[in-house]
Structures are given as C-alpha cells and as structure tokens.
Design a protein around this ligand. Structure first.
Ligand SMILES: CC(C)(COP(=O)(O)OP(=O)(O)OC[C@H]1O[C@@H](n2cnc3c(N)ncnc32)[C@H](O)[C@@H]1OP(=O)(O)O)[C@@H](O)C(=O)NCCC(=O)NCCS
Length: 212
C-alpha cells in the first residue's frame, strides 16, 4: 500500500470529535489484558497488518468473498468514521489489532448494521461478545436502538455471540444468509451475561464495576 502519510497528510491527527473516553483496558476470557478504543484514521497501517494475518475462512465470513488484500480506498473507508453514523471499535494486544467491531447506521433510521472480525488466534475468547456490548454502549447515546447483521447460515460463532448476548434476537434466512435483528436495550439476561463475562475474565477478587 502507498505510504498513508503521502496520500493523506492529515491522517496522523486524531479527529477533533474522537470519543477517547471510550478507550480502556479489557480482558479476554483467558485473562489477557487488551486495549479497547475507537478506531482512528492513523490506524491504517495496523488495520492492513491485521487483515493480512487473517485466515481465508475468517475473511470470507466477514466480507462474503475471498478478499486477502484491502484496497487503499477500503482502508480509508474502514478507518475514517464519523463516530455518529459510522463507528468502529478495535481491540489491540501487544502485537497489534486482535479484533474490530463496527456499525453503520442505515441512513435516517435508528437501526445500524454491525460487523465483527476477530483474529483467528483470539477467537472463542469472548472478544466478539465484548465488542458487541461495547458497540451497543457507544450506539445508544447516538439514538441507535437496533442492530442488524447479515451472516452466513452456518456461522455458528457469530450467531452464538448474538444469542449469548441476551439481547432479544430475531432472525430470518434467505439464500443461506441469516439476517439477525435485535434491540440493543439491555435485558435482564444481557445484564447477567455481561456480569458473568466479567467474572470469568477478572476473577471474583478483582471484578471491576466498569464493563469489560
Ligand atoms: C464471529 C466472530 C466475530 C466471533 O468472535 P469471537 O471473539 O470468537 O466470539 P466470542 O468468543 O465472544 O464468542 C463466540 C463463542 O462463544 C459463545 N459465547 C460467547 N459468550 C458466551 C456466553 N457468555 N455464554 C455462552 N456462550 C457464549 C458463542 O456462542 C460462540 O461460540 P463458539 O466459541 O463455540 O463459536 C469471530 O469468530 C470471527 O471473527 N469470525 C470470522 C468473521 C465473521 O464471521 N464475522 C461475522 C460476520 S458479521
């Protein structure tokens, strides 16, 4: 890829409306300390490295096509969001991104489409569910009430995350693609699941009040 700074001289700057208050340390369910924060345009290089390390199956499930390399335009699109109608959270470890979750509001509605991708080596460690809860937290104050997602019918992990969340998920299937839709209002079950998730990641002695 072209050196990002040459093409977009201002991309190292943090956008003025960057919601830095959402950034914090989190843990996977194995207890590994990771960092969660909103994406910013200067993350282009990290996103490219993350994408290049993904397995073909993960890429196919996220993009519905073989897509080993992101174009420059895609990288700009994915890292430059307005934090209102388009939003992305990343989780990073010592060596770079380990997961990305994002939403794009369906224009002029209170519904947003969500998408997730977690590095192969970090899947099944609670990162997808954590991204979902944190995206919902970011979306509610923006007037978003509902998330929707399209996923392949056999994507058990993604549907597992939605169902495990405790949100009231409804789904329909067409041509082997499931559309899952759910209000992001907390339910008794989402509150319990989230508390359990914290307990697993942190242990009973140090469970934080803030959400993982
Ligand atoms: C789908 C994806 C994002 C899930 O991320 P993840 O970090 O592995 O998800 P989690 O670890 O939070 O949860 C996944 C699993 O735990 C289960 N789970 C999570 N939290 C749970 C809980 N509290 N209670 C019960 N089950 C739970 C889910 O059912 C799911 O089951 P599995 O591990 O047997 O697959 C990841 O697998 C991925 O990146 N896949 C490729 C890209 C993709 O499919 N994107 C979706 C298109 S939008």
């Amino acid at each position: 890829m072209t050196d990002d700074k040459d093409v977009h001289p201002g991309r190292d700057e943090t956008p003025p409306n960057y919601p830095g208050y959402l950034a914090r340390d989190v843990r996977s369910i194995t207890g590994e300390v990771l960092h969660l924060r909103p994406i910013r345009p200067s993350d282009a290089g990290l996103l490219v490295s993350f994408h290049s390390g993904l397995g073909a199956d993960s890429i196919y499930r996220r993009y519905f096509s073989m897509h080993p390399v992101l174009s420059d335009a895609e990288v700009v699109h994915l890292t430059t969001v307005d934090y209102r109608d388009r939003f992305a959270l990343i989780v990073e470890g010592e060596h770079g991104f380990v997961g990305v979750g994002r939403f794009d509001r369906i224009p002029n509605t209170s519904t947003a489409e969500v998408a997730f991708i977690v590095a192969d080596a970090y899947q099944h460690q609670g990162i997808g569910l954590m991204l979902l809860y944190n995206l919902a937290d970011a979306a509610r104050p923006l007037g978003i009430t509902t998330f929707t997602a399209e996923t392949q019918a056999d994507n058990r992990s993604m549907m597992g995350v939605f169902r495990a969340s405790g949100f009231a998920v409804t789904s329909s299937m067409e041509d082997e693609v499931i559309t899952a839709t759910f209000p992001i209002k907390d339910t008794d079950q989402s509150t319990i699941t989230r508390a359990r998730r914290r307990l697993i990641a942190y242990g009973a002695d140090e469970i934080p009040r803030a959400d993982p």
